[in-house]
Write a protein that binds this ligand. Sequence first.
Ligand code: NAP
Ligand code: G4F
Length: 363
Amino acid sequence: MMKTALITGVTGQDGSFLAEFLLEKGYEVHGTIRRSSVDYRERIAHLEGLPHFHLHYADMGDSMSLLQVVGKVRPDEIYNLAAQSHVQVSFDSPEFTADVDATGVLRVLEAVRLCGLAATCRIYQASTSELYGKVEEVPQNENTPFHPYSPYAVAKLYGYWIVKEYREAYGMFCCSGILFNHESERRGETFVTRKITLAAARIRQGKQEKLYLGNLSSLRDWGYAKDYVECMWLILQNDKPEDFVIATGVQHSVRDFCRLAFHYVGIELEFSGEGENEKGVDKATGKVLVEVSSDFYRPTDVVNLWGDPSKAREQLGWNPVKTSFEQLVKIMVDADMEKVALERASDRIRTNLAEYLEKGIVK
Ligand code: NAP
Ligand code: G4F
């Protein structure tokens, strides 16, 4: 029998990779999308129209829409990935973030219960290493105490606890994956890794002068999103509902990421100075390419995330280092070099066409 999965947030980075993964496994895949004035569904455009891929309108802030979609699809598995996922934005929109990332999780759990699926439907909750926040130990594992350090993290902590509560109160198979940062060529352009790879590509191809960043010393455990969606699935195939830390076990700074990304486009950066005065200089030309701007500082910043994926490796058989840090940066840089090259080509075509129209060469 073909299994049915429902993915909230299918248009996101993880949602798009997970949809591909589940379709390959032979699932009937349903995803939720939000109404928007522009149709921006770039990450799943290649899946639309496939016979086993279906889209439904639902919003995490709207119980009725969630009830309708859960009742209609009656999924065997739900992957609750939808969220306001940007930590810095959560300081500007804390109430919206709480509604979507905290109460939204409750809405999904209740929809499952109210549709009579509590005994049959397995639920994955997209939890986060941001729960460790102002970290109390390094590296972090499933037993490390939480100390959330942003409105986003506080909202996600509610999601984590309500999932545990429904597991214990109603015996539901619902689990949290405590995922450390995972990136890809599909990462949103305002997260630090993608901001860096895109800027490196643009600077290399003469489309941008400089890159402005915030805290260069922040440390992260960065993995490849495509590897991490496999783990979401493995968590739901486990015998018992349990929570798992998903990480690579390797840590780097924002500065390290920057240095490597620029290296892959052929620019060797040297950093000097401290705090807001730190600069990244092109060794070959002496030009300042990276500067620090306080605009990208957060009121409270999480600066030391480093995960211990032993439990996932031992109990789920998951390989945390399938894609190395170096491979991840290379994948992202190569994709952005190609994207920028295509943008330049299309700019050239537009300019030529405008000139030909003006001169009457084409009509
Ligand atoms: P993402 O690219 O920002 O995708 C978020 C998804 O949620 C998008 O599909 C978005 O839809 C949807 N969404 C946002 N608000 C919504 C609402 N009110 N109703 C319905 N859908 C809504 O995030 P991601 O990187 O794929 O992350 C997936 C999940 O994992 C998130 O819950 C995130 O918090 C969590 N997480 C991510 C990481 C990471 O490093 N990537 C680590 C730990 C946990 P639109 O396309 O319409 O905006
Ligand atoms: O790339 P970031 O914005 O990711 P952050 O805050 O770690 O959050 C991501 O990972 C979480 C898992 O730990 C997810 F739960 C969450 O949904 C999201 O996917 O920032 C990473 C670090 C921060 O310390 C930030 O202060 O990079 C620092 N940083 C330095 N300059 C910057 C910048 N971050 C951004 N976004 N932009 C900068 O210019």
